[in-house]
Write a protein that binds this ligand. Structure first.
Ligand code: GLU
Length: 258
C-alpha cells in the first residue's frame, strides 16, 4: 500500500515577513525546500499562505490616508502578486508546479460553490500541482471575511479530507502561560474535548489577523472533525521535516483527532 497522505500547511504573515514588513525570502525558501521534501515522501500538500497584505505594504509609498478597507484591498492586490511570484520561482527550482487559489468565505457557504472549489483543488492535486491558497482580500466584504487564515486553513483541511493540518506561527505551540516567561512550557498533546482556554494568550503578534486564541479555536474544531492539528514554529529550521520524521523529539502542540 502506498497511500498518499494529505497535509494542509498554513504559514502566517509573521513567519513570512520580517519586522519591517519585507518578505523573508530565506524563510520562504526554507519552507519550500521542506514542502518539496514532503512531496518526495508521498505527501500531497496544500499550502495556505498569508502575507499578501503585509508584503504589499512595502511595495508602495502612499502619501495620503487610506481607510482600513482601502489599505487591505490595495496592499493585498499588490502583495499577492509578489508572494505568488516568489513561490513560483522557488518551487520551480524543484520542478514543482503550483497553482493559486484565492477564495472567500461565501465560497464555503453554498453546496454549489463548496463543491466547485473542492473539485478545483482535487484536480490540481491529482495532477501534481500544489495549491497555494489565500483569502481573496481584494474583493472580500469585511463583515463576511474569514476571521483569519487559521480559520480558512481549517475549512480547507476539512473540505479536502486532509489527515493533518499544520499551523505554522512564530511560537512553538500553546504554552501553559506567557511564552516569554521561563516557567511556561509547551503543551505537547491536547486530547479531544480537553478545555485549555485558560492557557490561551489573547494578545497577538503584529503582522497577521490571527493569534493564539483563534488558532486554538480552529484547532479544536478541526480536531473534533477527526483531523490531526499541529501548532508549531515556522521559524525553526526543518520544522516540517522534523514533524514528519521525528515528531516526539520536535517541539509542538498536537490536537489529536477523534
Ligand atoms: N489574507 C491575509 C494576507 O494574506 C492574512 C490573514 C491572516 O493574517 O490570517 O495578508
Amino acid at each position: 500500500m502506498n497511500m498518499k497522505k494529505r497535509i494542509v500547511v498554513k504559514v502566517g504573515s509573521n513567519v513570512l515577513t520580517m519586522a519591517e514588513g519585507k518578505l523573508n525570502i530565506t524563510r520562504m525558501s526554507a519552507l519550500v525546500d521542506q514542502i518539496a521534501w514532503l512531496r518526495w515522501h508521498n505527501y500531497e500538500v496544500i499550502l495556505v499562505s498569508s502575507g499578501a497584505v503585509a508584503c504589499g505594504r512595502k511595495e508602495l509609498q502612499v502619501d495620503h490616508m487610506l481607510d482600513s478597507v482601502e489599505q487591505r484591498q490595495l496592499f493585498s492586490a499588490m502583495g499577492q502578486v509578489k508572494l505568488i511570484n516568489l513561490y513560483y520561482d522557488l518551487f520551480r527550482e524543484y520542478g514543482l508546479h503550483i497553482g493559486q487559489v484565492l477564495t472567500t468565505k461565501e465560497n464555503f457557504s453554498t453546496e454549489r460553490t463548496f463543491q466547485n472549489q473542492r473539485a478545483c483543488m482535487e484536480v490540481m492535486l491529482e495532477n501534481g500541482v500544489i495549491p497555494v491558497v489565500n483569502e481573496n482580500d481584494t474583493v472580500s466584504i469585511e463583515e463576511l471575511m474569514f476571521t483569519d487564515n487559521d480559520e480558512l486553513s481549517g475549512l480547507i483541511a476539512q473540505m479536502m479530507n486532509a489527515q493533518t493540518l499544520v499551523l505554522l506561527s512564530n511560537v512553538d505551540g500553546i504554552y501553559t502561560g506567557n511564552p516569554a516567561s521561563p516557567e511556561s512550557e509547551v503543551i505537547r498533546t491536547i486530547k479531544p474535548g480537553e478545555d485549555l482556554s485558560r492557557y490561551i494568550q489573547t494578545e497577538k503578534s503584529s503582522a497577521g489577523r490571527g493569534g493564539m486564541a483563534s488558532k486554538y479555536k480552529t484547532a479544536s474544531n478541526v480536531a473534533a472533525a477527526g483531523i490531526k492539528v499541529i501548532i508549531a514554529n515556522g521559524n525553526r529550521e526543518n520544522i516540517l521535516k522534523d514533524l514528519a520524521e521525528r515528531p516526539s523529539e520536535t517541539i509542538h502542540t498536537e490536537f489529536s483527532g477523534n
